[in-house]
Design a protein around this ligand. Structure first.
Ligand code: NAP
Length: 248
């Protein structure tokens, strides 16, 4: 796909990786619909990007997602691409047992991450695909997974969601190819964003050292991989690992 003049929706675009993707794709001539939770921050992000508009939407809420995609279609008259990037972390152990005391991960802690990181991807992917199919012009859907999709200590909820995202990417490639829709996923390693800035300093330093390259990745390196999936017309249904060689 030639990115120039295409309309691309990016969720979680007010900051971090989503904002870097928005800037990168806009530099290649895309018109960007930035979707995020907070009105001020998404509009602030949009004000920095030409040919863009900010939208407030919780990707885990079905009616909000349906409405926002309808609105984006009306505003831009088409939808050519989607990057399912919005995501949250609520790390914790499945069970913690110390001095005879048992603490269990609550269903709410598990479910809230599944709601945003898995159901949110399903809802936005479904709406984007519906609009692309109706337009008859095809499109590209990129889902942001994680190195944690293999299963990671303290991330039962996050790992499960990020593995599911890759499975949906493959299923959609098979189902949607006849409508000229391609899919792809990216599994980033540890990247410098506010999400990883929340990590304790010791864990942050260890994460950087886990890569053979001995550093965190940059948001621009992830944005470049997103752009690659959009531009390469023979990529579909696969996950690209952008992790500096890190294994967890
Ligand atoms: P971030 O800095 O925390 O940004 C995430 C953005 O998503 C925030 O603006 C957040 O809004 C928004 N968001 C959260 N829940 C949402 C919802 N329900 N609906 C709409 N927007 C929502 O995260 P990031 O580091 O850029 O990560 C982006 C994606 O990459 C995530 O899917 C993450 O799992 C994945 N990833 C990141 C790394 C990394 O090292 N950073 C590694 C692997 C994968 P609020 O600020 O209002 O919450």
């Amino acid at each position: 796909m030639d990115i120039n003049n295409k309309v691309i929706v990016i969720t979680g675009a007010a900051r971090g990786l989503g904002l870097a993707m928005a800037e990168y794709l806009a530099d290649k001539g895309a018109k960007i619909a930035l979707v995020d939770m907070d009105f001020e921050s998404v509009n602030h992000a949009s004000s920095m990007i030409t040919d863009s508009k900010g939208y407030v939407c919780n990707v885990a809420n079905e009616s909000e997602v349906e409405q926002v995609f309808e609105q984006i279609k009306n505003d831009f008259s088409r939808i050519d691409g989607l990057v399912n990037n919005a995501g949250i972390l609520k790390d914790g152990l499945l069970i913690k047992y110390k001095d005879g005391e048992m603490n269990k991960m609550s269903l709410d802690q598990f479910q809230s991450v599944i709601d945003v990181n898995l159901s949110g991807v399903f809802l936005c992917g479904r709406e984007a695909a519906s609009h692309m199919v109706r337009s008859g012009q095809g499109g590209v859907i990129v889902n942001i997974s994680s190195i944690s999709r293999a299963g990671n200590f303290g991330q039962t909820n996050y790992s499960a969601a990020k593995a599911g995202v890759v499975a949906m990417t493959t299923a959609w490639a098979q189902e949607l190819a006849k409508f000229d829709i391609r899919t792809g996923a990216i599994a980033p390693g540890f990247i410098e964003t506010e999400m990883t800035a929340q990590m304790p300093q010791k864990a942050y330093d260890m994460a950087a050292q886990m890569s053979p390259l001995k550093r965190m990745g940059t948001p621009q390196e992830i944005a470049q991989a997103v752009s690659f999936i959009f531009e390469n017309d023979f990529i579909s249904g696969r996950v690209i690992e952008v992790d500096g060689g890190t294994r967890i």
